[in-house]
Write a protein that binds this ligand. Structure first.
Ligand SMILES: Cc1cc2nc3c(=O)[nH]c(=O)nc-3n(C[C@H](O)[C@H](O)[C@H](O)COP(=O)(O)O)c2cc1C
Length: 200
């Protein structure tokens, strides 16, 4: 067992939320972190709808996490209709599962989305410069999008870009351990997290 795993096992209940946010920050900043690619759950027309996304935002004081997406995608339509989302993270090395839920805001043409767009790379931007939206039928698989070269293309891509931001108000922490699994749940109570250990 590695020392980091032991450190997580020694956490007191009230230390867990800050630790979770620390790991989420690492998830944004490091593509190698398993928390970089969570599963985002929304409520679709046919029930729960899940997909992998890249974690792009983490703001502990605001309790916000978020990802980037195409504004034409099903997930954006779904959260606009039902603005609740669930996020699932699993870190195999740390033996940690983290489940978060909260209320979603979609940012399309505001300052939040502008700032996020300013931080995207050329390759990322090119993905939004498409005439067909995600999930639309196409005659054959698309070729890789080419880099944006004209102002007009940049505007098209920016017009499709969206940030899905979620204000977290519930956390479920599950740390697997041979000494006994440690599971805790936390609810945001307006000013602080209120938590309790629960049976795994
Ligand atoms: C590793 C990985 C990372 C992904 N990251 C994103 C992402 O950050 N944003 C996104 O919209 N789709 C991302 N996708 C694609 C989604 O999983 C999904 O296929 C797509 O967004 C359409 O989902 P929807 O129809 O539910 O909107 C990613 C897929 C994989 C496999």
């Amino acid at each position: 067992m590695n020392t980091e795993q032991t450190a997580l096992e020694l956490l007191e209940l009230e230390q867990i939320p800050d630790t979770a946010w620390e790991l989420l920050r690492e998830g944004v900043n490091s593509a190698r972190s398993p928390l970089h690619t969570p599963c985002l759950g929304t409520l679709g027309a046919n029930g729960p709808s899940l997909r992998t996304v890249v974690l792009r935002h983490c703001d502990e004081p605001q309790r916000l996490i978020g990802c980037h997406s195409d504004g034409r995608s099903a997930k954006v339509r779904e959260v606009m209709k039902e603005p609740q989302a669930s996020w699932l993270f699993y870190d195999r090395d740390r033996k940690l599962q983290l489940r978060l839920t909260g209320r979603v805001t979609v940012h399309l043409e505001d300052g939040f989305a502008d700032r996020a767009w300013a931080n995207t790379r050329a390759m990322g931007r090119a993905c939004y410069n498409t005439t067909t939206g995600p999930g639309q039928a196409v005659p054959q698989p698309a070729t890789a999008p080419s880099r944006i070269s004209a102002q007009e293309e940049e505007q098209t891509a920016r017009g499709h870009f969206a940030v899905i931001a979620c204000r977290i108000d519930f956390m479920d922490w599950l740390l697997l351990s041979a000494k006994g699994h440690r599971r805790a749940q936390f609810q945001w109570r307006g000013e602080a997290w209120t938590g309790q250990w629960v049976s795994p």
